[in-house]
Design a protein around this ligand. Structure first.
Ligand code: SF4
Ligand code: SF4
Length: 264
């Protein structure tokens, strides 16, 4: 579509007419707007009315799994290796503003591709590889709509109790982990450590060891593989520590715990 024959145009307050440039895609347009400081900036807006499978949302975050997605797990569209648990008190990145928050409830999500935020089921060539059977959150999300907030998540989310509630042994292991390795406690110990309470390193190390012990125990007793452990017990302390401002390095049987210096 050339600039001359574009049917899309906006009458700007100064009376000039804005038409999309050639490089703009069918449904995405750019216009010069102003940020709160009055500086001009390019603003993107969309006239989409349907999902075009562009994959933008799939590269931004991975979906939360809801109870109504159980059939996808039963059918094997999504396996126990594809999902992991975000424990209560763990950090989670908002796909809306990109900020990190502590979650007040347990959530089960699809794993991202290692080292990215991109959903495991996203393929750069094909887009979503399970599109016809994608999770409900992906179906509900309409990037072109103003109404993109997911409500009632506390009731509708899938939990480990839905998955393992009838397996006494797993229930007990999860309970023990919460008792001894609570993430709220982990958070408090780190905050105190940052204020020079160095004896907390021993308490943190104890938690790390207990968590690792539970993982090894599950692997040995129930032959649970490494890639399913993040669903049963969430990610290990070694993986999540940087989000809490810590670096934990393992040196043989010992751990080196370092506080990440905050930028001024
Ligand atoms: S819903 Fe996601 S995949 Fe679909 S058009 Fe919007 S950003 Fe792209
Ligand atoms: S399941 Fe499919 S639609 Fe949903 S985020 Fe992943 S790749 Fe995108």
């Amino acid at each position: 579509m050339s600039e001359e024959n574009s049917k899309f145009e906006i009458l700007l307050p100064d009376g000039t007419v804005y038409r999309p440039e050639k490089k703009e895609t069918k449904n995405t347009h750019y216009i010069t707007g102003y940020d709160p400081d009055g500086k001009s900036k390019k603003m993107k807006f969309s006239t989409k009315k349907d999902c075009e499978r562009c994959g933008e949302c799939c590269r931004r975050d991975t979906p939360i799994i809801l109870k109504e997605d159980m059939p996808l797990l039963i059918e094997g569209i999504i396996s126990e290796r594809d999902i992991y648990t975000i424990r209560e008190g763990e950090t989670i990145r908002s796909s809306i503003d990109g900020e990190i928050y502590y979650t007040s409830m347990e959530l089960i999500k699809i794993k991202p591709i290692f080292g990215t935020y991109t959903c495991l089921f996203y393929d750069p060539e094909e887009g979503c590889t399970i599109y016809e059977k994608r999770p409900s959150v992906c179906r509900i999300y309409e990037c072109w709509s103003q109404n993109i907030t997911l409500t009632g998540i506390e009731r509708s989310r899938l939990t480990r109790s839905d998955l393992f509630g009838k397996i006494e042994l797993l229930k007990e292991v999860i309970k023990k982990q919460e008792e001894k390795c609570s993430l709220y406690r982990f958070q408090d110990l780190i905050e105190e450590l940052k204020k020079d309470k160095s004896e907390n390193t021993d308490k943190i190390a104890e938690m790390i060891l207990y968590d690792l012990y539970l993982r090894d125990w599950l692997k040995e007793k129930l032959s649970i593989s490494d890639d399913v452990l993040p669903l049963i017990l969430g990610r290990s302390f070694l993986d999540i520590a940087p989000f809490f401002g810590l670096i934990i390095e393992r040196e043989g049987e010992n751990f080196v715990i370092k506080v990440i210096e905050e930028e001024e």
